[in-house]
Write a new protein. Structure first.
Length: 319
């Protein structure tokens, strides 16, 4: 009967053997693939970045940050009785004057619009040694808080608060700031993305490039890829002396009216990534996948519909 006892012992030990092999596999991937994840995280995609020109109707302003830098902004006053104030968050690499193309219809409809350039962008002061990236980090929140403080300090400040209109990175940075700023009453975002929600799906593809084993690929659960993503982000943060921020928890706590817009043909931040981010956000919320639009191209593809939805959202939730 020894073989029965041996068989039972083997069966009982199988879960431990599988666990042991998984630990070896996970550690192997952590050691050998973390460098590729870090490299992918730091690569900046090619964006079609819009830039505007100084506008004669705008008030060109400067304001300080909490850590002593001076940022540049522009303030457009509505052409009629004011309904509200909108703060505009720029996409990565853009300048403050690009807000006019997005917000000209809002100004005509009765909204003041304020846009600013974060540090190391445009005419704003630069922090030595800081390399701007398309991911949101602690400096972006510091700058957004300074912009809100400036709006609160104006003689014509709206005591009810402001609305946020953010594009791509500017949307994420705005929401991250607004979580602790009830002065932001609602938000419209276009092309918003988060580090974890974006990075993990790409990691599945990167691993297939460097490892062709379908068995290994199939043994990688979502939580483990998330762990690798968090580890890579932490290591890059340490080397760059910044803190990259997680948007997903902020969206869960936002709790104010949110209109998320996203290109249905976005090749950088795929629609399924936007959908996953939208599912995380707290209500009230609405998602509009813009037909035929790539990343941040909705205004150019369906301009009239785009403007109408943005204007109606602010009329309902801000005016």
């Amino acid at each position: 009967m020894w073989w029965i006892v041996a068989g039972i012992a083997i069966l009982l030990s199988l879960p431990l053997m599988v666990l042991f092999l998984l630990v070896i596999l996970f550690n192997y991937l952590r050691v050998n693939y973390i460098q590729y994840i870090e490299r992918g995280f730091q690569e900046i995609p090619y964006f079609n970045i819009p830039r505007g020109q100084p506008h004669p109707d705008a008030e060109d302003v400067r304001f300080p940050t909490a850590d002593g830098l001076t940022l540049a902004g522009c303030y457009f006053k509505s052409t009629g009785p004011r309904k509200g104030v909108v703060i505009f968050g720029l996409e990565y690499g853009s300048n403050r004057w690009s807000c006019h193309a997005y917000c000209e219809h809002l100004i005509a409809a009765g909204y003041d619009v304020f846009a600013y350039e974060p540090r190391n962008h445009g005419d704003s002061a630069s922090e030595p040694g800081l390399e701007p990236m398309h991911w949101s980090m602690d400096r972006d929140v510091t700058d957004a808080r300074a912009a809100l403080a400036y709006l609160k300090s104006r003689p014509d400040a709206d005591p009810r608060g402001v609305g946020l209109f953010g594009i791509s990175k500017g949307a994420g940075a705005g929401v991250l700031t607004a979580v602790r700023e009830p002065y932001v009453r609602c938000a419209v975002t276009d092309g918003m993305f988060a580090a974890r929600t974006t990075l993990v799906p790409y990691m599945r593809h990167w691993i297939t490039i460097y490892n062709k084993s379908y068995i290994i690929q199939g043994l990688l659960p979502f939580w483990y890829l998330g762990y690798l993503a968090d580890l890579a982000i932490a290591r890059v943060s340490l080397r760059r002396s910044v803190q990259f921020l997680y948007l997903e928890p902020a969206l869960k706590r936002f709790g104010r009216p949110l209109l998320m817009m996203h290109g249905q043909h976005d090749k950088y931040i795929r629609p399924d990534m936007a959908q996953r981010l939208f599912e995380v956000a707290s209500a009230p919320k609405e998602l509009w996948l813009i037909p035929g639009a790539n990343h941040n191209q909705g205004l150019h593809i369906v301009g009239d519909e785009y403007r109408r939805r943005v204007r109606e959202f602010f009329d309902k939730n801000l005016a």
